[in-house]
Design a binder for this molecule. Structure first.
Ligand SMILES: Nc1ncnc2c1ncn2[C@@H]1O[C@H](COP(=O)(O)OP(=O)(O)OP(=O)(O)O)[C@@H](O)[C@H]1O
Ligand SMILES: [Mg+2]
Length: 366
C-alpha cells in the first residue's frame, strides 16, 4: 500500500499500458482457445470427401479464427485503455483542480490554505507538500509584516505626538523656545532617526542581504575592542567592565564591524540594566568545535517568562521603564539576525529578577 502510494506517475502510466497489453493477450488466448478448434472442426467436416478443398478449408478456418480473435482482443484492449485513461485523467484532473483552486486562494491573499496529498503519484504528493510549505511561509511572513507595521506605527506615535505637542505649545505661546525645549525636540527626533536605522539594520540582516566581510579574529581581541568602545559609558554609569578569556588558540571568522555592533548592543543593554557598583564580564571560552562569547552582568536580571521573547523585534520586558531608556526593543533582534548570518546562535539566561543576566553567543571555530 505504502509502496503504491510512493510510486511515481511514470510507474502508474506503465501499469496502465501493461494492463492494456495483458487484457489484449488474455482475451486473444481465451477467444482463440474457444473459437479456433470449433471453426477448424466445422471446416474439416465440410471438406470431408473432397480432398482438393482440405487446404482451402484449413486456410479459411485459420483466417476467420484469427480475424475473430483479433477483433475481440482489440475491442477488449480499447475498452481497458479507455477505462485506465478515464481513471487516471479523473484523478489527475481532480488533484490539478484542487491545486489551481488553492493557488487562486493564495493569489487573492488567503495564505492559510493547505492541500491534501492527492495520492496519484509521488510527484503530485511532493508538489502538494511544496505548495503547503510555500503557503505556510507566506502566511508567516504576512503575519510578521502585519505585526511589524503595527509595532512601527506604535513606536512612531510617541515621538511624533511629543514633537507635535511641543510645536503646538510653541505656536500658541504656551511654551518658549528654551534650550530645554530644544533638547526635548532633538531627543525625540533622534529617537525617530535611530528607529529608522535600527529597522533598516534588522530588516537587512534578517533578509540575508548582508554582505559580510569575514576575517579570522581572536575572540579576546573582539571582546577587548567592545570593552574599549563601552568603557566611557560604563564608567559614567558606575559599572565595572572586565574581559576574561581562556581560549587563546581558537579563532572565529567574523565581519568585525557587524560583530562590534553585536557586542555593542549586548554591552549597552548590560550597562542600562546594571545598577551602580555592578560588574559586566565579557568572557570567551571554547565549547567543543565552537567558541562561546558571553556578556554577563550582575544587574536586574530577566524574569523567566520573558526570556524566550527578548530577541523578538520590539519586545521589552518592562515597557514603561525600558522606554525611558529610549530603547525600542530592536537591539537584540539585530544581535540575533547578525549572529545567525555568521552561522552562530545566541541565547539568554537569567536566574530571575535581581540575579543578573547572561547572553551567550556560539560561533563555529575558524
Ligand atoms: N542585560 C539585560 N538585563 C536585563 N534586561 C535586559 C538585558 N538585555 C536586554 N534586556 C531586556 O530585553 C529587552 C529587549 O532588549 P533590546 O536590546 O532588544 O531592546 P532595548 O534595549 O529595549 O531597545 P534598543 O536596543 O532597540 O535600544 C529590553 O527592553 C530589556 O527589557
Ligand atoms: Mg538594547
Amino acid at each position: 500500500m505504502n509502496r503504491l502510494a510512493r510510486a511515481g506517475i511514470a510507474a502508474r502510466l506503465m501499469t496502465a499500458m501493461v494492463l492494456v497489453v495483458v487484457s489484449a493477450a488474455l482475451t486473444a488466448w481465451l477467444v482463440g482457445g474457444a473459437v479456433g478448434p470449433a471453426l477448424f472442426h466445422r471446416h474439416m467436416l465440410r471438406a470431408e470427401g473432397s480432398p482438393g478443398t482440405v487446404v482451402e478449408h484449413a486456410e479459411r478456418a485459420f483466417a476467420s479464427a484469427s480475424a475473430l480473435t483479433m477483433a475481440v482482443a482489440l475491442t477488449a484492449s480499447v475498452l481497458t485503455a479507455l477505462l485506465a485513461s478515464m481513471v487516471l485523467a479523473r484523478r489527475i484532473g481532480a488533484s490539478l483542480g484542487s491545486m489551481s483552486g488553492a493557488a487562486g486562494e493564495v493569489a487573492s491573499g488567503h495564505f492559510d490554505v493547505q492541500l491534501a496529498r492527492p495520492r496519484v503519484g509521488a510527484e503530485f504528493d511532493e508538489l502538494a507538500d511544496a505548495f503547503n510549505a510555500m503557503a505556510a511561509r507566506l502566511n508567516a511572513d504576512e503575519a510578521l509584516r502585519r505585526r511589524l507595521m503595527a509595532d512601527v506605527a506604535h513606536e512612531l506615535r510617541t515621538p511624533v505626538a511629543t514633537i507635535t505637542a511641543y510645536l503646538d505649545a510653541l505656536e500658541d505661546g504656551v511654551t518658549q523656545l528654551t534650550p530645554e525645549t530644544m533638547d526635548v525636540l532633538r531627543a525625540q527626533a533622534s529617537r525617530l532617526a535611530r528607529l529608522a536605522t535600527d529597522l533598516a539594520a534588522v530588516t537587512q540582516a534578517e533578509s540575508g542581504a548582508l554582505n559580510l566581510h569575514l576575517h579570522a579574529a581572536s575572540p579576546i581581541e573582539l571582546l577587548q575592542a567592545a570593552a574599549l568602545a563601552a568603557r566611557a559609558r560604563a564608567e559614567g554609569s558606575g559599572v565595572q567592565l572586565v574581559v576574561e578569556a581562556d581560549c587563546a588558540a581558537a579563532q572565529v571568522c567574523v565581519d568585525r564591524d557587524r560583530f562590534a555592533q553585536v557586542l555593542g548592543n549586548l554591552v549597552d543593554n548590560a550597562i542600562l540594566h546594571t545598577p551602580r557598583g555592578g560588574t559586566i564580564t565579557l568572557a570567551a571560552s571554547e565549547a567543543g568545535a565552537r567558541v562561546r562569547l558571553s556578556v554577563i552582568d550582575t544587574g536586574e536580571g530577566i524574569p523567566a517568562e520573558h526570556l524566550p521573547h527578548v530577541f523578538e523585534r520590539f519586545y521589552r520586558v518592562d515597557l514603561a521603564r525600558d522606554r525611558v531608556h529610549g530603547g525600542s526593543g530592536i537591539g537584540l533582534a539585530i544581535v540575533r539576525a547578525l549572529v545567525q548570518a555568521h552561522g552562530g546562535t545566541v541565547s539568554a539566561r537569567s536566574d530571575g529578577l535581581g540575579a543578573g543576566s547572561r547572553f551567550d553567543i556560539e560561533l563555529p571555530a575558524a
